[in-house]
Design a protein around this ligand. Sequence first.
Ligand SMILES: NC(=O)c1ccc[n+]([C@@H]2O[C@H](COP(=O)([O-])OP(=O)(O)OC[C@H]3O[C@@H](n4cnc5c(N)ncnc54)[C@H](OP(=O)(O)O)[C@@H]3O)[C@@H](O)[C@H]2O)c1
Length: 354
Amino acid sequence: MRLDLALVGFGHVGRRFVRLAAEIENRLQAEHDLTLRIVGIATGRHGVAFDDHGLDAAGAAAIVERGEALSRLDRSGAQLSSGVELIERFARPPRAGGAGRVVIETTPLDVQRARPAIDHIRAALGAGIDVVTANKGPVAIAWRELRDLAAARDASFLFEGAVMDGIPIFNLLRETLPGVRVTGFRGVVNSTTNHILTMLEDGGEFEPALAEMQQAGVAEADPGLDVDGWDAAAKAAALANVLMDAGITPADVERTGIRGVSGDRVRAAVARGHRIRLVASAARDRGPVAARVRPEELPAGDPLAILRGMANALVLRTDLLGEIAVTQLAGGLTQTAYALVTDLVTVARRRQSR
Ligand SMILES: NC(=O)c1ccc[n+]([C@@H]2O[C@H](COP(=O)([O-])OP(=O)(O)OC[C@H]3O[C@@H](n4cnc5c(N)ncnc54)[C@H](OP(=O)(O)O)[C@@H]3O)[C@@H](O)[C@H]2O)c1
């Protein structure tokens, strides 16, 4: 099966994705009968390109990295200038015998309104096009609406990369634990703040540690979203919405970031045999789900305390299996790009089984 892809957002995640897809092209073909072809790319400041016969994705990544515009690759015959325009062009009826079509949404996180990501996802799902995203904003803010829209149009809306990079959380519950109910969770879900806290433990400074995460392309475009706990709050809302049907937004998550956490405080905790970690949690005790993000001092044996650098973990509380801890010791861009690939394999499987 061939999937034609329109990439809306082509930053660190989008470009790592196209390179990873090329690296594992043979595996996807041999093991999943899956061929991926990129036909459209939309960015914010680097233009839009569409070519029904396939774009040179590696060339497009190099163009963007040189700071140039993608428009020179465009064969749409129209001057496309936004993600929504690209999706409308992509949604035109394909030629007979055409491939499946998927929009991959990786624009920056907006924790207040999830724009423009929600507009892109609505446009795609509304046209019956499957959507895969690493952007947690839409799941944190409009999960029920987008889930219902996807179901009404018989399309997939998948977002494994939105939380804990490549580690399967949503897939784990959906595919592997049928009938299990999640009653709560606690986790370390933001790599940038965990790296900063680890560096402080080791005697380092806050700002250089943050700069390292920006350099690695792991920090949010606005790193204040990491430091002030907004990214973790968005992930907590996304997890609570999907796993617990919470119906909350990031603004409903009680939130304290790590801006006020000094190196002295972190090292004093270590001296006591403890670790400070930014913990995102949620629980439902009869009433609505309550979620929060805050720095917590944890005993050294806690599964969240052992996480260093970009490691993430989530402890799920379930009704049938007790507590399940899922740990990613090495997170990063490749893992997030891989999560997009896993969602594409799910899309292909669903299409094959229809
Ligand atoms: N980086 C990570 O490790 C990671 C991990 C998990 C999830 N995520 C999520 O993945 C998403 C992308 O992250 P990233 O690190 O790739 O961000 P990024 O490097 O800042 O890239 C964002 C991309 O979106 C484009 N864009 C901005 N506004 C747009 C618009 N209105 N229409 C179309 N494209 C637009 C940007 O284009 P210009 O550059 O031309 O403006 C850029 O290509 C975010 O939602 C993030 O939360 C990231």
